[in-house]
Design a protein. Sequence first.
Length: 365
Amino acid sequence: MTELLESTLTHLEKLVSFDTRNPPRAITTGGIFDYLRANLPGFDVEVTDHGAGAVSLYAVRGTPKYLFNVHLDTVPDSPHWSADPHVMRRLDDRVVGLGVCDIKGAAAALVAAANATDGDAAFLFSSDEEANDPRCIAAFLARGIPYEAVLAAEPTMGEAVLAHRGISSVLMNFKGRAGHASGKQDAAASALHQAMRWGGRALDHVESLAHARFGGLTGLRFNIGRVEGGIKANMIAPEAELRFGFRPLPSMDIDQLLATFAGFAEPAAAHFEETFRGPSLPSGDIARAEERRLAARDVADELGLPIGNAVDFWTEASLFSAAGHTALVYGPGDIAQAHTADEFVTLEQLQHYVASVHHILQRGA
């Protein structure tokens, strides 16, 4: 085991011990942020509380060209964990613990690499990625600090990801008229029937987009996640609530898709609200998105990073891209392990990532 890997594991064990589950969004400026501040000697460090458990730590040494971004919050643990999720376990070829893969392993590697070299470096650690409320990134972008590129850490198996889908989450409400279900109903009487008909039209539309392509991704990802309403089987449902989400290709217009989905409701939905939006990576129309993808590829080539396929999951790299930064996603671990019980990351992945970051910092990032 190399010294860099051993140092990474030492830091990772400490990072896992801090409870940064989100929800409940109870993260403060102490705890894990005190630890990071203490272990980044020689850095100018700013810790900012953005409210609602959103805390960021911005650390700079020298005049770096690239910014590394890592979120420190995790999803809640499930009852299926076989041991305490906040006690990291070292096995033969991996470590197990809440957040080791998504994505505290990268944070630990950044600290280890920074302490093994005196090269220029810039890190932005945040704590609200799992909340669908990216206050930390928004506040940083509002400052207009220039970087040649941003490397956002997520589990990409040690490959540079240049493109991924966007995300949009929507809340819909349908209104009907309560009554006895024995009689013949008109099409608008039941709020639940309205919701079901809307769902059929929406699913048909998604199927019609199956052959749309961008950067190796195809089609529109779509999911009706929750439908709730009505009172009992022999009563016409007076109201219903439906929540759905979709993940567009970088070349798709989210506003146009929202308008199309809203238009499938007959009669019009009583309420239609987008509750969260994350842009695609790269952002922009087809021409602009392709230009930004090629710029990110040039950065990956310059840094010697292997380039991987586009992915379906969303990352905060797209927020940097939408703000005009060249951005890519790069981190250790397999996304299949994220959000799972007994989450793990392999030692090989951590070794590869920390060695890569160390090389980047040594050459003056």
